[in-house]
Design a protein around this ligand. Structure first.
Ligand code: C2E
Ligand code: CA
Ligand code: CA
Length: 730
């Protein structure tokens, strides 16, 4: 029973609608009104022209008074023209969110006032008079219709003026007035239909214009079904009764008709047709209403997805940027009081690794909530990962951030997290929010390894470094294209003979503006902006080409080591790219070593796992770079079959004085040997280090003791001079 009632309530539109749905339906009606207004304006202009040449001009030439003729033949059309114009402009200029521009405000104010003024000069005397074709009853109905339109004109003029004044001065929308305008339009159209039915048609065709107008109104202005029923019902009922008052009109009564000599009383069919028409129209209106409601729900869903970050429900970055751009444009006064914040969660990666992704997601949702609580009256959103952005005022900011930080700090008892927040102060109201975020993000990055340093402001001193970064991002393509990026080669040597057993290709950026740039300046930036594959591809190609050239020149060669970023496997088909280059330069796969850093592998992403195994299967030698530098996990050794482990240079610092470091190094090398992996130690700078490493069984060494990374010409100069000897042991 309850269900049935609810169903009926839904059908008839009694259900409660959300604000979004109401606005959606309302906006659709406003749009319809603007088209309808336009059509009315066109028709009335046409009528005015027609009246002028068919009535006014001939009668004037026949000696009539122009003013009288003009009033007599055009006043009705001005009435409808003004109403159409007022409604059209009102609906055309309607904007829920935005402020009313000055131009629109004055245009509407003028139109509204014109509507009201016209009612005072309109000559009611000129309204329909009885004639041979127009009975007194018809004339009375037509006049009633005209008078009601006359009243509407005044009301609409007043509503438009009141509405735009409030909207312009206070930027508030008065929904009631908007509804009034739409309802007025509906009634005007219906009145017009009834009026024209009588003025222009006869012999039973009067109904046509009325029906046209109800379709016009019913099909374009969609109310809740019960309201539609009310409006259409009253119109049909009223018109039905009016029709009966006109003798020559429709025959709703039964008529005597002679069929095959028998006189019978038969219904003409008009009544049935009339009712059927009403039912069909009402049904169509219902259907349109429910269709629109469905659209509204769908569009809400779409809009939500387009605005919201799926995980936290905060604004997503693109929507945040859009809103921020608008907010920044509207800033006035002291711009510097407004800051863009970039927040990064310190140690979130560790939390994610140890507690798992689901817990990580839960934390991000909670963190989004904290931000919403702290910055409720500001604009905030999530940029991605654990990065959040806020556009806010400086007042009370430090306190809010401290509170936020302690919430994050207390979130997990063991894993200490915190926030690193970079702030960029606005310097005007034409700032691009994305640039501002980028600067705040840059500042935040500078404190990202400092726990408990919560806040940093982007300032002039950072600007230079920031611009260098920007330069790198903007010029990576140029750099690749123009050959600014080249590999330098650093040999690795056998620990016993000190002969060169391979060369590592290390990228250098020879910049026309900045001079030589080192990897620590561009690699992290390119990784952050997911552009690293462009550089790596270029280095791979150079390295292969250099090797090919050396072979063609008959020089002694050793394999090359190439550094792979974890992102290379995501951003390109790294395996295929490498393999194609090897084929292109006819280089045996054994001549290429692939270095992957340990930190790249701790995520244990299955795709990466698969790609690395693919390399291995193809026959490339796999080297584990920087072993022991980060949060080491022996799982990496278990999960992947490496050929060589490169022990991080950190182990060598202080080697002379620390027994512990020596023992550790010793153990690592033994461990590697036990699982059939060879070892290489990086960063060897002294003869003592080299001796010790050879004694404990480290196979290969690399470091400044033997050579810094050098251009290929320098490398071969040293080979030619005998300073370096290329080994043919593999
Ligand atoms: P890495 O792969 O661990 O390379 C070793 C780094 O240590 C090189 O720095 C090298 O110049 C330096 N080094 C070598 N021997 C010694 C030594 O005896 N003492 C000291 N103090 N340092 C030594 P570089 O060339 O600046 O490269 C830094 C990092 O940048 C590399 O670390 C690597 O992770 C990355 N990188 C370099 N080139 C590329 C590349 O083409 N692609 C990718 N993805 N990363 C690269
Ligand atoms: Ca390396
Ligand atoms: Ca390394």
């Amino acid at each position: 029973m309850k269900k049935a009632l609810r169903f009926l309530a839904e059908i008839f539109g009694f259900e409660k609608l959300s604000k979004y749905e109401r606005d959606y339906l309302h906006d659709a009606n406003i749009r319809s009104c603007s088209y309808m207004g336009f059509i009315v304006v066109l028709i009335e202009i046409w009528m005015l022209v027609r009246q002028t040449y068919s009535k006014i001009i001939p009668k004037y030439q026949a000696g009539g008074d122009l003013r009288t003729l003009f009033i007599q033949y055009t006043s009705k059309y001005w009435l409808f023209l003004l109403i159409g114009l007022g409604l059209m402009l009102f609906c055309l200029f309607y904007q829920r969110e935005a402020r009313l521009s000055k131009g629109r405000f004055f245009a509407l104010l003028l139109t509204g006032t014109a509507c009201m003024l016209y009612t005072s000069v309109l000559n009611l005397e000129s309204f329909t008079k009885t004639s041979e074709t127009i009975t007194p009853a018809m004339a009375a109905i037509m006049n009633t219709m005209l008078v009601s339109v006359y009243v509407f004109l005044f009301v609409i003029g007043a509503v438009i003026d009141a509405y735009v004044l409030i909207k312009y001065l206070k930027n508030r929308n008065i929904v009631l007035l908007e509804h009034l305008v739409i309802v007025a339009f509906t009634l005007v159209c219906l009145a017009f239909g009834i009026f024209v039915s009588y003025s222009d048609f006869w012999g039973g065709k009067e109904i046509i214009c009325f029906l046209t107008m109800v379709i016009y109104v019913g099909g374009l202005l969609i109310y809740r079904p019960y309201i539609t029923l009310l409006i259409l019902g009253t119109s049909f009922w009223g018109f039905y009764h009016i029709l009966l008052t006109y003798q020559g009109g429709l025959s709703f009564r039964k008529q005597e008709i002679v069929i095959s000599g028998v006189t019978r009383l038969i219904t003409s069919g008009d009544t049935v047709n009339y009712i059927t028409f009403f039912i069909s129209l009402a049904t169509i209106c219902f259907a349109i209403y429910h269709g629109r409601l469905k659209e509204a729900r769908k569009s809400k869903e779409l809009e939500k997805n387009a605005k919201q970050d799926q995980l936290t429900g905060l604004y997503n970055y693109s929507y945040f940027s859009e809103r921020a751009a608008a907010a920044i444009r509207n800033l006035t006064g002291n711009y510097g009081e407004n800051v863009l914040l970039f927040m990064d969660v310190h140690n979130f990666k560790a939390f994610n690794d140890q507690r798992g992704f689901e817990a990580g997601d839960r934390f991000l949702v909670a963190f989004g909530g904290y931000i919403a609580d702290s910055f409720g009256d500001s604009l905030y959103g999530r940029q991605g990962d654990d990065h959040f952005v806020v556009l806010t005022k400086t007042e009370g900011l430090r306190k809010k951030l401290e509170e936020l930080n302690s919430l994050v700090h207390d979130y997990d008892e063991e894993i200490l997290m915190g926030i690193n927040c970079g702030a960029y102060h606005m310097s005007g109201n034409n700032e691009d929010p994305r640039m501002a975020v980028d600067r705040a993000r840059y500042a935040a990055h500078l404190i990202s390894n400092r726990f408990q340093t919560v806040y940093i402001e982007y300032d002039k001193t950072m600007s230079e470094a920031y611009h260098k970064r920007l330069y790198i991002i903007n010029n990576i393509d140029n750099a690749v294209k123009n050959g600014w990026i080249v590999p330098f080669y650093q040999p690795t040597v056998w620990s016993d003979t000190k002969e060169v057993c391979s060369c590592e290709a290390l990228a250098r950026w020879m910049d026309p503006v900045y001079g030589q740039l080192f990897p620590n300046e561009f690699i992290p930036v390119l990784e952050e902006y997911r552009l690293i594959h462009k550089l790596d591809r270029a280095i791979f190609e150079f390295a292969c080409r250099d090797l090919r050239e050396a072979m063609d020149a008959g020089k002694p060669v050793v394999p090359i080591s190439l550094n792979f970023s974890r992102l290379d496997f995501e951003l390109m088909d790294a395996v295929m790219e490498l393999d194609e280059l090897a084929a292109k330069y006819r280089i045996d796969r054994e001549m290429i070593h692939v270095e992957v850093t340990e930190s790249a592998l701790t995520d244990n992403a299955s795709k990466l796992n698969h790609e690395i195994n693919r390399l291995k299967e193809l026959g490339y030698s796999l080297w584990l770079d920087d072993f022991g530098s980060g949060y080491s996990s022996l799982n990496v050794l278990k999960d992947y079959q490496f050929d060589v482990i490169k022990i991080d240079m950190r182990f060598l610092s202080n080697l002379e004085n620390s027994e512990k470091a020596k023992t550790l190094l010793d153990c690592i090398i033994q461990l590697a040997n036990r699982i059939d992996m060879l070892t290489l130690t990086e960063g060897v700078e002294t003869g003592e280090q080299a001796d010790y490493l050879r004694r404990i069984g480290c196979d290969r060494l690399q470091g400044y003791l033997f050579s810094k990374p050098v251009p290929k010409e320098v490398l071969y100069e040293r080979v030619d001079s005998g300073e370096l000897v290329m080994s043919d042991r593999r």
